[in-house]
Design a protein. Structure first.
Length: 247
Protein backbone atom coordinates (compact mmCIF):
# COMPACT_ATOMS: atom_id res chain seq x y z
CA UNK A 1 0.00 0.00 0.00
CA UNK A 2 1.20 3.51 -0.78
CA UNK A 3 2.81 4.78 2.45
CA UNK A 4 1.79 8.42 1.96
CA UNK A 5 -1.85 7.40 1.42
CA UNK A 6 -1.73 5.11 4.47
CA UNK A 7 -0.30 7.89 6.65
CA UNK A 8 -2.91 10.39 5.42
CA UNK A 9 -5.71 7.92 6.25
CA UNK A 10 -4.11 7.11 9.62
CA UNK A 11 -4.23 10.81 10.57
CA UNK A 12 -7.94 11.33 9.82
CA UNK A 13 -8.89 11.21 13.49
CA UNK A 14 -5.77 12.94 14.84
CA UNK A 15 -4.63 15.37 12.12
CA UNK A 16 -1.70 16.51 14.28
CA UNK A 17 0.89 13.88 13.36
CA UNK A 18 2.48 14.02 16.80
CA UNK A 19 1.40 12.93 20.29
CA UNK A 20 0.11 16.37 21.26
CA UNK A 21 -3.42 17.04 22.53
CA UNK A 22 -5.59 19.92 21.41
CA UNK A 23 -4.89 21.78 24.68
CA UNK A 24 -1.14 21.28 24.30
CA UNK A 25 -1.27 22.53 20.72
CA UNK A 26 -3.25 25.61 21.77
CA UNK A 27 -0.82 26.51 24.58
CA UNK A 28 2.22 26.07 22.32
CA UNK A 29 0.79 28.20 19.51
CA UNK A 30 -0.24 30.94 21.96
CA UNK A 31 3.36 31.18 23.17
CA UNK A 32 4.94 30.79 19.74
CA UNK A 33 3.71 33.71 17.65
CA UNK A 34 5.45 37.00 18.59
CA UNK A 35 3.61 40.32 18.32
CA UNK A 36 3.83 41.70 14.79
CA UNK A 37 4.66 38.34 13.17
CA UNK A 38 3.58 38.20 9.52
CA UNK A 39 5.13 35.20 7.76
CA UNK A 40 5.18 31.58 8.85
CA UNK A 41 6.83 28.53 7.26
CA UNK A 42 5.97 24.93 8.18
CA UNK A 43 8.63 22.40 7.09
CA UNK A 44 7.11 18.90 6.86
CA UNK A 45 3.61 20.30 7.44
CA UNK A 46 1.71 17.03 6.87
CA UNK A 47 -2.05 17.74 6.85
CA UNK A 48 -1.33 21.34 7.91
CA UNK A 49 -2.88 20.91 11.36
CA UNK A 50 -0.40 23.20 13.16
CA UNK A 51 -0.15 25.83 10.43
CA UNK A 52 -3.91 26.16 9.91
CA UNK A 53 -4.59 26.46 13.63
CA UNK A 54 -1.87 29.11 13.89
CA UNK A 55 -3.29 31.12 10.97
CA UNK A 56 -6.82 30.94 12.38
CA UNK A 57 -5.55 32.37 15.67
CA UNK A 58 -3.23 34.99 14.12
CA UNK A 59 -5.17 36.94 11.48
CA UNK A 60 -2.13 39.10 10.57
CA UNK A 61 -0.10 36.08 9.40
CA UNK A 62 0.23 34.25 6.10
CA UNK A 63 1.80 30.81 5.81
CA UNK A 64 3.58 28.33 3.55
CA UNK A 65 3.58 24.61 4.28
CA UNK A 66 6.00 22.21 2.55
CA UNK A 67 5.67 18.44 2.44
CA UNK A 68 6.55 15.52 0.15
CA UNK A 69 3.21 13.74 0.67
CA UNK A 70 0.60 14.57 -1.98
CA UNK A 71 -2.30 12.94 -0.01
CA UNK A 72 -1.36 14.93 3.14
CA UNK A 73 -1.26 18.17 1.12
CA UNK A 74 -4.65 17.37 -0.44
CA UNK A 75 -6.05 17.02 3.08
CA UNK A 76 -4.34 20.28 4.11
CA UNK A 77 -5.83 22.21 1.17
CA UNK A 78 -9.30 20.79 1.85
CA UNK A 79 -9.06 21.82 5.50
CA UNK A 80 -7.84 25.31 4.50
CA UNK A 81 -10.95 25.66 2.29
CA UNK A 82 -13.19 24.42 5.12
CA UNK A 83 -11.68 27.00 7.48
CA UNK A 84 -11.84 29.86 4.93
CA UNK A 85 -8.04 30.27 4.97
CA UNK A 86 -7.14 29.59 1.32
CA UNK A 87 -6.15 33.21 0.64
CA UNK A 88 -3.58 33.18 3.43
CA UNK A 89 -1.87 29.84 2.98
CA UNK A 90 0.02 27.98 0.27
CA UNK A 91 0.86 24.28 0.43
CA UNK A 92 3.92 23.32 -1.61
CA UNK A 93 4.71 19.78 -2.74
CA UNK A 94 8.46 19.32 -2.34
CA UNK A 95 11.48 18.43 -0.27
CA UNK A 96 11.66 20.73 2.75
CA UNK A 97 15.46 20.50 2.68
CA UNK A 98 15.48 22.14 -0.74
CA UNK A 99 12.87 24.79 -0.02
CA UNK A 100 13.91 28.30 -0.99
CA UNK A 101 11.96 31.31 0.13
CA UNK A 102 12.31 34.66 1.79
CA UNK A 103 13.02 34.98 5.51
CA UNK A 104 10.08 34.43 7.85
CA UNK A 105 9.17 35.34 11.43
CA UNK A 106 8.15 31.85 12.57
CA UNK A 107 9.21 28.38 11.43
CA UNK A 108 7.51 25.14 12.45
CA UNK A 109 9.15 21.75 12.15
CA UNK A 110 7.25 19.15 14.16
CA UNK A 111 8.08 15.47 13.74
CA UNK A 112 10.01 16.10 10.53
CA UNK A 113 13.69 16.47 11.51
CA UNK A 114 14.43 13.34 9.42
CA UNK A 115 13.85 15.56 6.35
CA UNK A 116 17.11 17.33 7.27
CA UNK A 117 19.10 14.29 8.36
CA UNK A 118 18.34 14.86 12.05
CA UNK A 119 18.19 17.59 14.66
CA UNK A 120 21.48 19.38 13.91
CA UNK A 121 20.68 19.58 10.20
CA UNK A 122 17.19 20.87 11.00
CA UNK A 123 18.44 23.65 13.27
CA UNK A 124 21.00 24.73 10.65
CA UNK A 125 18.35 24.75 7.90
CA UNK A 126 15.91 26.73 10.03
CA UNK A 127 18.54 29.42 10.59
CA UNK A 128 18.56 30.03 6.83
CA UNK A 129 14.81 30.70 6.85
CA UNK A 130 14.36 32.62 10.09
CA UNK A 131 14.60 36.40 10.48
CA UNK A 132 16.86 37.54 13.33
CA UNK A 133 14.80 37.40 16.53
CA UNK A 134 12.35 34.90 15.02
CA UNK A 135 10.95 31.78 16.64
CA UNK A 136 10.93 28.08 15.84
CA UNK A 137 8.42 25.48 17.00
CA UNK A 138 10.42 22.25 17.08
CA UNK A 139 8.90 18.84 17.77
CA UNK A 140 11.25 15.90 18.09
CA UNK A 141 11.64 12.53 19.77
CA UNK A 142 14.00 11.52 22.57
CA UNK A 143 14.51 8.49 24.78
CA UNK A 144 12.66 8.71 28.09
CA UNK A 145 14.22 5.42 29.22
CA UNK A 146 16.37 2.77 27.70
CA UNK A 147 15.99 2.17 24.86
CA UNK A 148 15.45 -1.59 25.09
CA UNK A 149 16.35 -3.77 22.11
CA UNK A 150 12.59 -4.21 21.47
CA UNK A 151 12.08 -0.44 21.25
CA UNK A 152 15.03 -0.07 18.89
CA UNK A 153 13.78 -2.92 16.72
CA UNK A 154 10.25 -1.46 16.67
CA UNK A 155 11.51 1.86 15.35
CA UNK A 156 14.29 0.42 13.21
CA UNK A 157 16.60 2.76 15.11
CA UNK A 158 20.22 2.60 16.26
CA UNK A 159 21.00 3.24 19.97
CA UNK A 160 22.58 6.67 19.44
CA UNK A 161 20.09 7.88 16.86
CA UNK A 162 18.00 9.79 19.38
CA UNK A 163 19.30 11.77 22.38
CA UNK A 164 17.82 11.85 25.86
CA UNK A 165 15.94 15.02 26.83
CA UNK A 166 19.01 16.77 28.24
CA UNK A 167 20.93 15.91 25.09
CA UNK A 168 18.16 17.27 22.87
CA UNK A 169 18.15 20.60 24.71
CA UNK A 170 21.96 20.73 24.70
CA UNK A 171 21.92 20.39 20.88
CA UNK A 172 19.39 23.23 20.68
CA UNK A 173 21.66 25.42 22.83
CA UNK A 174 24.72 24.58 20.73
CA UNK A 175 22.83 25.77 17.65
CA UNK A 176 22.28 29.14 19.35
CA UNK A 177 18.57 28.83 20.18
CA UNK A 178 17.04 29.66 23.55
CA UNK A 179 14.25 27.30 24.70
CA UNK A 180 11.05 29.06 25.77
CA UNK A 181 7.82 27.21 26.53
CA UNK A 182 7.83 23.46 26.01
CA UNK A 183 5.43 20.55 26.08
CA UNK A 184 6.42 16.99 27.02
CA UNK A 185 3.94 14.49 25.62
CA UNK A 186 2.30 12.33 28.27
CA UNK A 187 1.62 8.60 28.00
CA UNK A 188 -2.08 9.46 27.59
CA UNK A 189 -1.26 11.67 24.59
CA UNK A 190 0.88 8.91 23.06
CA UNK A 191 -1.87 6.35 23.62
CA UNK A 192 -4.53 8.61 22.09
CA UNK A 193 -2.30 9.31 19.09
CA UNK A 194 -1.46 5.66 18.44
CA UNK A 195 -5.04 4.42 18.97
CA UNK A 196 -6.26 7.06 16.49
CA UNK A 197 -3.52 6.10 13.99
CA UNK A 198 -4.27 2.39 14.07
CA UNK A 199 -8.04 2.82 14.54
CA UNK A 200 -8.57 5.20 11.59
CA UNK A 201 -6.55 2.94 9.30
CA UNK A 202 -8.40 -0.18 10.48
CA UNK A 203 -11.80 1.47 9.96
CA UNK A 204 -10.77 2.58 6.44
CA UNK A 205 -9.49 -0.92 5.61
CA UNK A 206 -12.72 -2.56 6.70
CA UNK A 207 -15.12 0.02 5.29
CA UNK A 208 -13.67 2.01 2.40
CA UNK A 209 -10.54 0.40 1.02
CA UNK A 210 -10.56 -1.00 -2.51
CA UNK A 211 -10.35 -4.82 -2.41
CA UNK A 212 -6.68 -4.80 -3.37
CA UNK A 213 -5.70 -2.47 -0.48
CA UNK A 214 -7.67 -4.00 2.39
CA UNK A 215 -5.25 -6.71 3.53
CA UNK A 216 -2.21 -4.46 3.26
CA UNK A 217 -3.90 -1.69 5.25
CA UNK A 218 -4.93 -4.10 8.02
CA UNK A 219 -1.43 -5.52 8.08
CA UNK A 220 0.08 -2.06 8.41
CA UNK A 221 -2.27 -1.18 11.29
CA UNK A 222 -1.40 -4.45 13.09
CA UNK A 223 2.34 -3.95 12.60
CA UNK A 224 2.14 -0.35 13.83
CA UNK A 225 0.16 -1.46 16.92
CA UNK A 226 2.76 -4.10 17.76
CA UNK A 227 5.65 -1.70 17.23
CA UNK A 228 3.97 0.68 19.67
CA UNK A 229 2.69 -1.71 22.37
CA UNK A 230 5.53 -4.25 22.32
CA UNK A 231 8.16 -1.72 21.28
CA UNK A 232 8.48 1.95 22.12
CA UNK A 233 5.53 2.56 24.48
CA UNK A 234 6.79 4.27 27.65
CA UNK A 235 10.30 4.68 26.25
CA UNK A 236 9.98 7.12 23.39
CA UNK A 237 9.44 10.71 24.49
CA UNK A 238 8.35 13.69 22.40
CA UNK A 239 9.20 17.32 23.11
CA UNK A 240 7.51 20.22 21.35
CA UNK A 241 9.26 23.45 22.24
CA UNK A 242 9.23 27.13 21.31
CA UNK A 243 12.80 28.16 20.48
CA UNK A 244 13.87 31.80 20.38
CA UNK A 245 16.62 33.20 18.20
CA UNK A 246 18.23 35.64 20.64
CA UNK A 247 20.07 37.68 17.96
C1 LIG B 1 5.31 12.95 11.58
S1 LIG B 1 4.74 13.85 10.19
C2 LIG B 1 4.52 15.47 10.92
C3 LIG B 1 3.54 16.33 10.16
C4 LIG B 1 3.20 17.69 10.82
N1 LIG B 1 4.38 18.47 11.09
C5 LIG B 1 2.43 17.46 12.10
O1 LIG B 1 3.02 17.50 13.21
O2 LIG B 1 1.21 17.26 12.02
C6 LIG B 1 6.19 14.06 9.23
C7 LIG B 1 5.93 14.72 7.89
O3 LIG B 1 7.16 14.98 7.25
C8 LIG B 1 6.97 14.79 5.86
N2 LIG B 1 8.28 14.64 5.23
C9 LIG B 1 9.15 13.60 5.31
N3 LIG B 1 10.27 13.87 4.59
C10 LIG B 1 10.09 15.11 4.06
C11 LIG B 1 10.89 15.96 3.24
N4 LIG B 1 12.11 15.58 2.83
N5 LIG B 1 10.40 17.16 2.89
C12 LIG B 1 9.16 17.55 3.30
N6 LIG B 1 8.37 16.80 4.08
C13 LIG B 1 8.83 15.60 4.46
C14 LIG B 1 6.07 13.57 5.78
O4 LIG B 1 5.43 13.46 4.54
C15 LIG B 1 5.12 13.86 6.94
O5 LIG B 1 3.98 14.57 6.49
Amino acid sequence: MDRDLARAVAHRWHPVAAPVSDDGLHRLLTRLVPPGAREVLDLGCGCGAWLLRLLAAAPGCTGVGVDTSAPALDAARAEARRRGLTGRVEFVHGDAAGHAGGPVDVVLCVGATHAFGGLAGTLAAVRRHLRPGGRLLLGDGFWEHGPTPAALAALGAAPGELPDLAGLLAAVGEAGFEPGYGHLSTTAEWDEYEWCWTGALTEWALGEAPDGERAAALDLARTHRTQWLAGHRGQLGFLTVVLHDPT
